[in-house]
Design a protein around this ligand. Structure first.
Ligand code: NAD
Ligand code: WQD
Length: 339
């Protein structure tokens, strides 16, 4: 198939481009480079041994998307990663988040309809579950209104896509609810490129270990979890990327409207377990200290992966130690460029 990947130079998008290529799919990439670098395209081309059509373009501008569709024929599917993704930033600039994540999605849906593109895969998030009353969460666990414009944008996007797909004959959609993606490609050529001070745990750990941050603050030690720290379902980014290949193949070969899948490992790991894994695989002592809880943090969440395994036939291959190792190898390669 020929797949247009929006946000294809970003963290998850770039790994997915590599896996799509590996699986024999043809790829067209678009990205406005607001949170990525053009050098990621060169890295992908080196890894894949081919060039990719690339458009520096913005999903909030319908003319940009129309120009791509006019230039690129026979697009079979769109995998839509392009979005802004910071919860705290979204609290500071809600309208920017609505514009990028909702207006951008509306434009993508307009293109899907006008050009009759049959297969659509969307990046959703476990954030739609809020603070679940029971773990692990299944796809049937109720979604909740989110305390942040970022989370709201994912919830509203899911609803819009389901309705749009139901009302538009010939379109099949897959919503992937990612848990916590971490790690980097084994080649060391692509990985996460956090800007400024990382808000997420793993890049903060690697930057601290690398000496670019003095100390990791562990937010909260008094949660009702076995070691008192929060629990998340960390998933290796390459496993997550492979789930997109499975999703687009599934849409192409099944009579569906919209299907939703949790994409996690099914294992919950605490913040302290991540630190211990990192220290074990790197042999380093991480400088960390317990501080107060971070407002808005969910205590514990991990995925029930029965559906994604049974229906998509997808299973994660990487362990938590692999996630720590590849994240560290990538940090060493990046050096202070990410700090
Ligand atoms: P990322 O920021 O690395 O990638 C997003 C890419 O989209 C970037 O390259 C950015 O330049 C591009 N982009 C942003 N706005 C754009 C626009 N208006 N037009 C064109 N390109 C634009 O983020 P990521 O971690 O790869 O996340 C990809 C998707 O997965 C996002 O939709 C995000 O909300 C979702 N998601 C991410 C996580 C996570 O923890 N990383 C978890 C759940 C869901
Ligand atoms: C994980 C755990 C922190 C940093 C966020 C978004 C969510 C999703 C994934 C997109 C928490 C703790 C962290 C630090 C710490 N993104 N932590 N010290 O909060 O699960 O989810 O990213 O959809 O929407 O909210 O991920 O990596 O920020 O935190 O102790 O310096 O690590 O408190 O318990 P989170 P995270």
């Amino acid at each position: 198939m020929r797949i247009l990947v929006t946000g294809g130079l970003g963290y998850i998008g770039s790994h997915t481009v590599a896996e799509l290529h590996e699986a024999g799919h043809d790829v067209v990439i678009m990205d406005n480079l607001s949170n990525s670098l053009k050098s990621v395209l060169e890295a992908l081309e080196t890894m894949c041994g081919r060039s990719f059509p690339f458009y520096e373009a913005d999903i909030t501008r319908i003319d940009d998307l129309t120009a791509i569709m006019k230039a690129e024929k026979n697009i079979d599917g769109i995998i839509h990663f392009a979005a802004k993704k910071s919860v705290p930033e979204s609290l500071q600039m809600p309208v920017t988040y609505y514009e990028n994540n909702i207006l951008g999605l509306i434009n993508v849906m307009r293109i899907i309809k006008d050009y009759s593109i049959p297969y659509f895969v969307f990046s959703s998030s476990c954030t739609v579950y809020g603070e679940p009353s029971k773990v692990p969460v299944t796809e049937a666990t109720p979604t909740t209104s989110s305390p942040s414009p970022y989370g709201s944008s994912k919830l509203w996007a899911e609803l819009m896509i389901q309705e749009f797909t139901r009302l538009t004959p010939g379109i099949k959609s897959v919503l992937l609810r990612y848990f916590n993606p971490v790690g980097a490609h084994e080649s060391g050529k692509i990985g996460e490129l956090p800007r400024g001070v990382p808000g997420n745990l793993m890049p903060f750990i690697t930057q601290t270990a690398g000496g670019w941050r003095e100390k990791l603050s562990v937010f909260g030690q008094d949660y009702s979890t076995p070691d008192g720290t929060c629990i998340r379902d960390f998933i290796h980014v390459v496993d997550l990327a492979e789930a997109h290949v499975a999703a687009i193949d599934f849409a192409a070969s099944n009579d569906i409207s919209t299907e939703i899948f949790n994409v996690g490992t099914g294992n919950g790991h605490s913040v302290l377990e991540v630190i211990q894994s990192f220290e074990k695989v790197t042999g380093l002592d991480l400088n960390y200290a317990f501080v107060d809880r971070r407002p808005g943090d969910v205590e514990q969440i991990w995925a029930d992966t029965t559906k994604v395994t049974d229906v998509l036939g997808w299973k994660p291959k990487y362990s938590l130690d692999d996630m720590s190792r590849t994240a560290w190898e990538w940090q060493i390669k990046l050096g202070d460029k990410s700090a």
